[in-house]
Ligand binder design. Sequence first.
Ligand SMILES: [Zn+2]
Length: 208
Amino acid sequence: MSDYAASLDRAFEQMPEYLTTDVRFSIPEPIVIIEGKTTVLKNFLEIADAVNRDPAHILKYLLKELGTAGKLDGSRVIVQGKFTNETIRSQIAAYANEFVICSECGRPDTELVRSDRVLMLKCTACGAHRSIRKRRVRAAVAKDAIEEGGTYDVKITGVGRKGDGFTRVDKYTIYVPKTIKGEIVTIKVNTVSGTLAFAEIVERKSTE
Ligand SMILES: [Zn+2]
């Protein structure tokens, strides 16, 4: 690759990425990092700013959807458990669809108001208003905490009857043959069946 092409590549990498490309409404792409047993959403407040909603409201929604606990920490959010970028991203997009974007005109120029104890989304652009839909349960959400073909860094927390190490991520128990308790490994998930998953080692990191 030429120097020019390389620097062009770098320039693109440095450009902020956005979940939405509409010029009227850009939500920054979530920056998600798994740290130990927690997941850190580094640019949470920036996202809250972009959707123009109370950070506490967004956080409450996120935690409920992810089925976990968490807290605001400066401009970041730290949640218990390991969640992929894609999971967080889809939750933020779902939040925006439900609590921010007008379903009539598609604009984000809206406000939440309470009328007869019902939460309504009022659009200041076109005047439309709708009630906030009843939440579906979160079953569909947590399922992509891990997915087939995905690679994850995990700590092996136990050993099953057949001698294979296992770990738990979200609701899943992931079996990883040839591992021992306490070992930190990079795994590739080969099969997910219900709440059971089977993975192989990609790399051994360390042992506690
Ligand atoms: Zn509207």
